[in-house]
Structure formats: C-alpha cells, structure tokens
Ligand binder design. Structure first.
Ligand code: FAD
Length: 377
C-alpha cells in the first residue's frame, strides 16, 4: 500500500519504531513477576495488552486500512512477532480472532459482519475460539457430526466440540457445522459466528500433560445462530475452513516460536556447547534454527500468492518449527542443569502438542507428499 502524501515506511523503519515502542510499553509485572502471577492476573495483563496494541496502532498490521487494520503485509506482521517475542511481550487473548476470524471476514464476510465484528476483534474487546475438532473428528475434519437445523431466522446448533483453545474466555466461536445431511461430503457443511454467552453452551476444561489448561470440550444444546451470522452460503463451509487452516499455519506463530527456539539454543550453546555428549546435537539444532529462519522468509515472500505455493510452504514451515521445538526441549532436558529443570520439563511437555494442533504433522506430510512431491494418494 502506497500513497504519495503518506509514503509507506520501510520494513527497517517499521522495525525500529516497533522496537522503540515495545521497549517502553510492556507491563513491568509481566517481565519481572511472570512466573509468580496467578492465572487471573496473567489473563488480565494479556487482555489489556490487546487493547494497548490496538491503541498504539500495532493490531491488524496486515489487514487493509478500510477494515481497521494498518495496511501492511505479512513481512511487518512477522517482524513485529519476532520483536515482541524478543522483548518478552505478553501474548494477547485475541489471537484466534486476529489470525483466523478477521482475515476470513475481510475475504468472505458481509459488510454487516465486517462492521459488527472487526473493530472488537482488533481492540481485544471480544475474544474468539475455533470450533472445528470434535471427539470423533479431527484430522478427518469433513466427518464432523455437529448439526444445525433450520428454525425461524436462523438455525439451532447441537453437538460437541473439543480441544477448543481460548474457549474459557470466548465471546464468539468460529464454528464448522453440518447443515445438510443429504448433501455429499464437503458440500454439507457451513460456517457460523456463534455467540458463546448464551444458554445451551457448556464448557468442560481439559488439563494438558504439562499441567496447563489451554482448551476445553464444549457442548452445544440447541444454541441459536441467526442467518446473518453464517459466513458464505449454506454448504460453503468446507471451502472457508480450508482458507482458515492456511491462515492458522501461516507465519505469526512460527515467528514467535523461532525467537524462543533461537534463544533456547543460544543459551544451551553457551552453557554446554563444549560438552562431548551434547556438542554435535546442539550444532545440528543450531543449523536447523537457521533453516527455520529461511523457511519463515520463504513464507513471507510467498504472501501475495495465497494459493497452492503458499499452502505448501506453510505446511513445511509448520513441520519444521514444531519438530525443532520438540528436539530443542529434549536437548535442554538431557543437559540436566538443576537450575532450569522445571523450565525444560514444562517446555518439553508443552511442545508435544505442537505437532498435533493446526493439523497434525502426519497430515502436513500427506500434503507435502501429494502437493510438493506429486506422489500418488
Ligand atoms: C494444544 C491444542 C490446541 C488445539 N486447539 C484447537 C482449537 O482451538 N480448535 C479446534 O477445532 N481444534 C483444536 N485442536 C485440535 C487439533 O486440530 C486436532 O487434535 C488435530 O487436528 C488432530 O485431530 P485428532 O486429535 O482428532 O486426532 P486424529 O485425527 O484422531 O489422529 C490421530 C493420529 O492419527 C494420525 N492420522 C490421522 N489421519 C491420518 C492420515 N490420513 N494419514 C496419516 N496419519 C493420520 C494423526 O496424525 C494422529 O497422529 C487443538 C489441539 C491441540 C493439541
């Protein structure tokens, strides 16, 4: 985006501006007392952070200006995530809304949906979750069983979603549901923007192996959603879900993980890089971190293409960063330093989930086999 009165700043100028702002804007308690904060204190800081980002003009960096974004590109989005991770900024609660719902509504939403939802996504006032997976449908997403039946002015939704991240905070859910039992596979689903603050929504927390509670199972019992809150046409849900999944695997999370992985490898190299039992493993991880940086740049370069090439690149990126993170945490644990045992224990267990969410790595490898290597199904 370029206009003569207000020429676009270069990526270097943007980075310098963002870095200066981050250096004075991160809540001191987040940095100094992070480990000691209660969940509610930490959530309050994360929620405030979304508002602070919005007020300072750092929310929706890659969304067009006419939709309340900053009119920049994926390069600025990734650069900001890298700088924010280096500065140890909080991770906001508005992630699903910003990464998944907002780009979807810009591409496929009605004018009314864009006006109703985008401002509150960008300022963090409304938190979103993603209701795709079900107890009997994950990788095979097209086999979901939640069903919406027609009622006056909209639908009643009945069914069960699971592994739903951020649902404990969520005001709205981006939800994939069956709307036509008779229609063929892939033509029988629709996508809805569901109000989570109504009767009929029941949330049961699920604790992960690390001890953290990032997600829950959710029961929907005759929950109303109006026609105005269906995105796209009835039966178009699969196409929209595929667009959402490619945004989910995109650069933002990989950028944050890259910084964490890089800093963990640097710390390990410094403390045990010359240990005979670890030196070769740490050198290999160091090289893989550079390859991850390269893959990230590749995805940024392919931003404009949004088609097959982008989809292939984000599948590769997802596998590269998630498996590197898991291997770094294994090396950290094996290093056996008593001072950071708890850090590595938690990181090791947390990293297990990275090869599962946003589509498992086996599924990403299927995509690579078929679409990158052209192998038969
Ligand atoms: C931390 C975390 C957060 C999540 N957040 C959300 C969320 O917010 N919203 C949401 O909707 N979902 C969420 N998920 C769910 C996630 O998308 C699913 O777990 C994932 O898609 C896998 O589905 P599944 O668990 O049903 O496993 P399954 O699909 O049952 O797979 C079981 C195993 O079989 C393998 N497998 C399955 N099919 C194939 C195949 N065709 N070829 C090769 N191998 C195969 C899988 O790779 C896996 O190893 C989250 C998951 C995690 C771990």
């Amino acid at each position: 985006m370029h206009d003569s009165e207000n020429p676009r700043e270069s990526i270097e100028e943007f980075g310098a501006r963002a870095d200066t702002w981050l250096s004075t804007s991160i809540p001191p308690r987040w940095k100094s007392e992070r480990g000691a904060l209660s969940t509610s204190e930490s959530d309050a800081i994360r929620r405030d952070w979304d508002r602070t980002l919005s007020e300072a003009g750092f929310a929706g960096l890659s969304l067009p200006k006419e939709f309340g974004g900053q009119g920049m590109g994926l390069a600025e989005e990734v650069a900001f995530h890298v700088l924010a991770a280096k500065a140890q900024a909080p991770d906001g609660l508005a992630r699903i809304g910003k990464i998944l719902t907002a780009p979807l509504l810009v591409r496929f939403g009605t004018v009314a949906q864009q006006a109703r939802y985008l401002p509150k996504i960008l300022n963090g006032e409304e938190i979103w979750c993603q209701g795709f997976s079900e107890p009997t449908a994950g990788s095979d997403l097209a086999s979901i069983a939640s069903r919406a039946t027609r009622v006056s002015g909209g639908y009643h939704i009945r069914g069960r979603k699971t592994w739903t991240s951020f649902v404990q905070h969520a005001d709205r859910c981006l939800m994939l549901v069956q709307t036509d039992e008779q229609a063929p596979r892939y033509k029988n689903l629709s996508l809805f923007l569901v109000d989570m603050r109504q009767a009929g929504v029941t949330v049961d927390d699920i604790r992960q192996i690390s001890g953290a509670v990032h997600f829950a199972e959710v029961q929907f019992t005759d929950v109303f959603v109006s026609d105005d809150d269906r995105v796209g046409a009835d039966g178009e849900g699969w196409k929209l879900a595929m667009s959402i999944l490619s945004d989910e695997r995109g650069g933002a999370e990989a950028a944050t993980r890259y910084v964490e992985i890089r800093s963990d490898i640097d710390a390990l190299l410094e403390t045990c890089g010359d240990r005979p039992d670890l030196a070769a493993e740490l050198s290999a991880l160091d090289i893989r971190a550079e390859a991850l940086r390269w893959h990230l740049s590749k995805v940024v370069d392919l931003e404009g293409e949004q088609g097959e090439a982008f989809l292939r690149a984000v599948s590769v990126l997802k596998v590269v960063w998630s498996e590197l993170w898991q291997d770094v945490t294994r090396a950290g644990w094996r290093a056996g330093n008593p001072d950071d045992r708890e850090h590595w224990r938690f990181q090791y267990l947390e990293s297990r989930s990275a090869s599962i969410y946003s589509g498992t790595n086996e599924i990403q490898r299927n995509i690579m086999a078929e679409r990158v290597l052209g192998l038969p199904r």
